[in-house]
Design a binder for this molecule. Structure first.
Ligand code: CA
Length: 237
């Protein structure tokens, strides 16, 4: 798994889209996929092998309105930052876009470095968001306070720093397989002297807390050489 974060650019103006992609790639920390319509974007988002960290969304698309598309993204449970790209004098669009769940907007024409700066800022905010909550099985996960709440049983589970970081990273992977070595690098750092056994130990403890039957994990699943989080479908809230 590459550490490069992936940005989806949804824009029907081919020249502008190419310029935006070039700008996104220029920083070296992002990769970019492009869609010229909502339908094309849907197809990319449906691909289980790809996960997008942020979306740049044109408001005037050939097959739908960017606002409606944003509403749909949120309804589908997608939480990544969405930056709307609006026409020059479209204040109403901006307000409605933010109402639809967009995180920020850029008015055309914009300075290209501004694009990269906004994406970086939104990702930073998203990663550190105090109010960020995620659903994991029967739990509401609140990383900022290292807490799993289980509303159905009216209880709270406290997580250690590392447990919280593991869960956060697996959640960010969106249900996809994460190798132990990647988890080790992301949670303990590249210069860390610990090895993947440490990861296993922490995952073991985490399972004791969160799994109904830790010997038969249903949330934090072992895949050959790593883990994935199955956050959906067994919620009982
Ligand atoms: Ca357009």
């Amino acid at each position: 798994m590459s550490a490069t974060r992936r940005i989806l650019i949804i824009e029907d103006d081919a020249a502008l889209r190419a310029t935006m992609a070039e700008q996104i790639l220029s920083g070296g920390e992002f990769s970019a996929d492009e869609a010229d319509s909502a339908a094309a974007a849907e197809a990319l988002l449906a691909n289980d092998n790809t996960r997008y960290d942020a979306i740049l969304l044109d408001i005037g698309l050939p097959d739908t309105n960017g606002r409606e598309f944003c509403t749909k993204l949120r309804r589908d449970g997608r939480q990544m930052p969405v930056i709307m790209v609006t026409g020059a004098d479209a204040e109403g669009d901006v307000v409605r876009g933010l109402d639809a769940g967009a995180n920020d907007y850029l008015a055309k024409p914009f300075r290209l470095p501004e694009l990269l700066a906004r994406v970086r800022a939104q990702l930073r905010t998203f990663d550190n968001s105090e109010s960020a909550t995620f659903l994991i099985g029967p739990y509401v996960f609140r990383p900022s306070v290292r807490l799993l709440q289980e509303p159905a049983r009216n209880r709270k589970l406290r997580l250690t720093d590392k447990e919280c970081a593991i869960l956060k990273f697996l959640h960010r992977a969106g249900g996809k397989f994460v190798p132990r070595q990647t988890l080790l690098n992301e949670v303990w750092g590249y210069s860390s002297t610990v090895d993947t056994h440490t990861v296993e130990t922490h995952v073991y403890r985490l399972r004791q807390k969160i799994e109904a039957d830790p010997s038969q994990p249903r949330l934090l699943i072992t895949v050959n050489g790593g883990y994935r989080l199955d956050a959906g479908s067994h919620g009982a809230a």
